[in-house]
Design a protein around this ligand. Structure first.
Ligand code: NAD
Length: 474
């Protein structure tokens, strides 16, 4: 268990500061607020893995920030930046995120301190499986205890190693598949999980841009079409976000990766950039675009909406003043330091906070967890029933009006929902509903200066009530 006191480091402190700023606007006693803030359990482990002829000692973490609802939920990150403070901050954000989107989980997060580029796939599998068995030994994973998911540096592949390791250690657990989300479909995953965070980011920004009066305040018009977008990080979240904006008619003017940035005011095609990256190993030198070898420069180029979708603290007091975007959509966790946040707010920039905006991943993870527990695919029971109902309805309309519905219209109307339709519509509904709740607090509560504070108030109110109604064990 953890021995270090990592609470002095800045990312965790910045989350705590945001919490306190919002807590002033709530009615809860200090004790309840302190309990909401505290990290409930912290696991810090070191384990040996044979890499080639050598034994390497791997450092890893799992933090369960809040047990007010179980299981705990949150991704697993593979990165050299991983440390206890980072995982604690990310786990805390998960607690607030789940509350905001009404997903009945406590927050959790895991991390392994490795540079994935240094290992073969086989070695990564060994590390992931060993980490999973350590979590099992310490009771830090399980369908009702703690359910990881992908995050920076991990994907469905790692989740399939985790579910396989867990299932082999608990062969009698009929719900073993619910021990992790973000799994491949063949391993019990849900359709729509891969793109969920990026799609949620798109739905959230689209909703924010739909309020004409809010857009006028920051000098923009309502709607997504024609808006100039820059996306930082072309991984799972960034790629899908960029793709959904592009498909909705926005102009993707800039893309940023760890080795540089490209900018073209006429617009970039994200799939063509990905193909170029695959062929050359970099997004740089993409035809027609200006290339910058310093990725940080890409953040400062002209645009309407900037989407950081890589790592935390990429905008700080040193570059915040030079950011030209009118909206920052925090797809990554913690991309702004507290100082940057204040500078951007004084410049009148609208910041759509991470604890709301990237909650699409955990929302669809919740749908996947429910699917794994129910052992049935979404839409399986109702698809044919809906199609038959719609067919009867059209037949009645045709016979009473004596008019024929066209073949194309018939095909569109007759389609019963597939799993992907239900997942996307559940996600859209969640993101729209949560934005409106946050905006209502922002508009109604005197002294609430930004959407982040409103989002924290929204989370604290829900968690505080849960603690009050739960009662504290005497
Ligand atoms: P990922 O590993 O799939 O992609 C990250 C991308 O960022 C990679 O392409 C990497 O090369 C790039 N990158 C690294 N350093 C960079 C830099 N300095 N500048 C520009 N690009 C850089 O990770 P992901 O899953 O897309 O996660 C990205 C962020 O979104 C993280 O903050 C994560 O916590 C957050 N997030 C992810 C999910 C999810 O479902 N995957 C959910 C919620 C939040």
């Amino acid at each position: 268990m953890a021995t270090e006191n990592a609470e002095n480091n800045s990312f965790f402190l910045s989350v705590q500061r945001n919490f306190e700023k919002a807590a002033r606007h709530t009615i809860f006693d200090r004790g309840i607020l302190d309990q909401i803030k505290a990290c409930n359990s912290i696991l810090r482990i070191k384990f040996p893995v044979k890499i080639g002829e050598d034994v390497e000692v791997i450092e890893a973490y799992r933090v369960q920030h809040s047990h007010h609802k179980l299981p705990c939920k949150g991704g697993i990150r593979f990165s050299m930046e991983v440390d206890q403070e980072e995982v604690m901050a990310l786990a805390a954000l998960m607690t607030y995120k789940c509350a905001i989107v009404n997903v009945p989980f406590g927050g959790g997060k895991g991390g392994i301190k490795i540079d994935t580029k240094k290992y073969t796939v086989f070695e990564l599998e060994k590390i992931t499986r060993r980490y999973t068995s350590e979590l099992c030994k310490k009771n830090f994973i399980g369908p009702g205890i703690d359910v990881p998911a992908p995050d920076y540096g991990t994907s469905a592949r790692e989740m399939s190693w985790i579910v396989d390791t867990y299932s082999s250690l608990f062969p009698n657990d009929i719900n073993a598949q619910a021990c992790v989300t973000g799994k491949p479909i063949s391993q019990g995953g849900v359709r729509g999980r891969t793109e969920a965070t990026g799609l949620g980011v798109f739905f959230g920004v689209r909703e924010a841009c739909s309020f004409k009066e809010d857009m006028e305040k920051i000098g923009l018009t309502a709607g997504i079409s024609g808006k100039r977008i820059i996306v930082q990080g072309l991984g799972n979240v960034g790629y899908h976000t960029a793709k959904y904006f592009q498909d909705a008619g926005a102009t993707l003017v800039g893309l940023i990766e760890f080795d540089g940035a490209i900018y073209d005011e006429n617009g970039l095609d994200v799939d063509a950039v990905q193909a170029h990256r695959k062929a050359t190993g970099s997004i740089l030198n993409y035809a027609g675009a200006v290339s910058m070898s310093d990725p940080a420069q890409g953040l400062e180029k002209p645009c309407d909406i900037l989407i950081p979708a890589a790592l935390e603290s990429v905008i700080d007091k040193n570059n915040a003043e030079r950011i030209q975007a009118r909206i920052i959509g925090e797809a990554a966790n913690g991309p702004l330091t507290s100082e940057a946040d204040e500078i951007l707010q004084s410049k009148g920039v609208m910041v759509i906070p991470d604890i709301y905006l990237n909650a699409g991943g955990v929302t669809v993870s919740y749908f996947e967890w429910l699917k794994s527990l129910s052992h049935v695919r979404y839409g399986r029971l109702e698809k044919r029933f809906s199609e038959n109902m719609y067919k009867e309805l059209i037949d009645i309309i045709e016979s009473t009006t004596e008019k024929q519905v066209s073949k194309l219209e018939r095909k569109m109307i007759l389609r019963g929902p597939d799993e992907i339709d239900l997942v996307h519509s559940g996600l859209e509904d969640t993101m729209i509903g949560a934005y409106r709740e946050i905006r209502d607090i922002y508009m109604a509560e005197p002294g609430v200066e930004d959407l982040r504070t409103a989002a924290f108030i929204c989370a604290i109110n829900k968690i505080g009530v849960a603690y009050q109604e739960l009662g504290i064990f005497p």
